[in-house]
Design a protein around this ligand. Structure first.
Ligand code: ATP
Ligand code: MG
Ligand code: FE
Length: 342
């Protein structure tokens, strides 16, 4: 069946259509511009924007796929983690669609969506694989087996800030526009990655810490008060430190667990230096690297449909129509109702 996926956990309203591992069409609306002047996502504005965007985005995704609503055989939706109001809008829309079409509803963990995004480009994930999730709110190193069935093993997590948060906050300290990650990436092109000595926290652990790095970069910027800030050098140095820490630990985890494939997903996987260094280090270690294309790295509906498609094909039980959001859902399983739930 065709699975329609809805993502609304933050500032992106995404809808995707997937059938048997294949992306048929997707559409996206973003309220990013409305948040820019506040320097971060405003939850109430995001929720309202989802409400306005959802129906037209569903329509656009169907048009792109050349499908009609009556072709949809299942609905998948992000139930968490994310902003409560934003999640509520997506879930209410998904329930209405599933109920009116008489098709099953599946609740999906947002981060499992980030993982599954890669399957739309590179096919089924090998079992096992190591996954590095690097996004705006999360940084985790995972051992993933069958997404539809197996529990997800956390090898390491950030103890404080997420990698994306680090980029966003340092960008602010550097006077770069929101969102900071892409701005740092662009500014770094003209910079020297060795210009600013920055720490590489928690060596030898699979856990991450980015708050010290953030503070060190901000202090360096403050020390230039009244003088021109060499933003390109600061951006290149920060990007190098983050990419170094992320890729070193991810490759070490693959080696330690005898895993042949590393998958890097989430918004920060769009970073050019993270991608290049991961490629370099995986090649040296004989590890296959998989990174989704840029448009599938940041939030989108296709990735939620991809998890739904895996669930449907594995025979997962649908979610009841009174299922709730969980704004702080821990990543234990990809779905609210995995196939072999205990
Ligand atoms: P989460 O998935 O943890 O709930 P999120 O959905 O907000 O958080 P994503 O949409 O996956 O996160 O990613 C957004 C993050 O990715 C932001 O922090 C943004 O700055 C960062 N990002 C996007 N592009 C780049 C880039 N080229 N370099 C570095 N960071 C980037
Ligand atoms: Mg976003
Ligand atoms: Fe995300």
């Amino acid at each position: 069946p065709v699975v329609l996926g809805i993502e609304s956990s933050c500032d992106e309203t995404g809808v995707g259509l997937v059938r048997h591992g294949r992306l048929l069409g997707q559409a996206l609306a973003s309220s990013m511009d409305e948040h820019a002047r506040f320097g971060g996502v405003v939850p109430e504005i995001a929720a309202r924007a989802h409400l306005h965007a959802l129906t037209p985005v569903v329509r656009r995704a169907l048009d792109e796929a050349g499908l009609r609503l009556s072709d949809v055989g299942a609905v998948a939706v992000t139930t968490g983690p994310g902003l409560a109001g934003a999640l509520q809008v997506g879930l209410a829309g998904a329930k209405a669609l599933a109920y009116s079409l008489g098709v099953p509803l599946h609740g999906v963990h947002h981060l499992a969506g980030h993982v599954a995004a890669d399957t739309l480009e590179h096919g089924p994930l090998p079992d096992p694989c190591v996954v590095l999730i690097v996004s705006g709110g999360h940084t985790s190193l995972l051992l993933v087996r069958d997404l539809a069935r197996d529990p997800i093993v956390h090898l390491g997590d950030t103890l404080d800030d997420a990698a994306g948060e680090c980029f966003d906050k340092v960008a602010r300290a550097f006077g770069l526009p929101y969102p900071g990650g892409p701005a740092i990436d662009r500014a770094a092109r003209a910079g020297d990655p060795r210009a600013v000595p920055l720490p590489r926290p928690l060596p030898g652990s699979y856990d991450f810490s980015f708050s010290g790095l953030k503070t060190a970069a901000a202090r360096w910027a403050e020390a230039h008060a009244g003088r021109a800030l060499p933003v390109a050098d600061g951006a290149a140095s920060l990007q190098e430190a983050v990419a170094d820490v992320l890729t070193r630990k991810a490759v070490a985890a693959c080696r330690a667990h005898g895993v042949a494939t590393l998958v890097v997903v989430g918004g920060v996987a769009a970073n050019s230096r993270v991608r290049a260094l991961a490629e370099e280090r995986c090649q040296a270690a004989g590890i296959t690297l998989r990174v989704p294309p840029l448009r599938l790295c940041t939030d989108n509906g296709a990735m939620i449909a991809a998890v739904g498609d895996l669930l449907v094909r594995a025979g997962a039980a649908p979610a009841p129509l009174d299922v709730s959001i969980d704004p702080s859902a821990p990543l234990e399983y990809a779905a609210l109702h995995p196939v072999a739930a205990p």
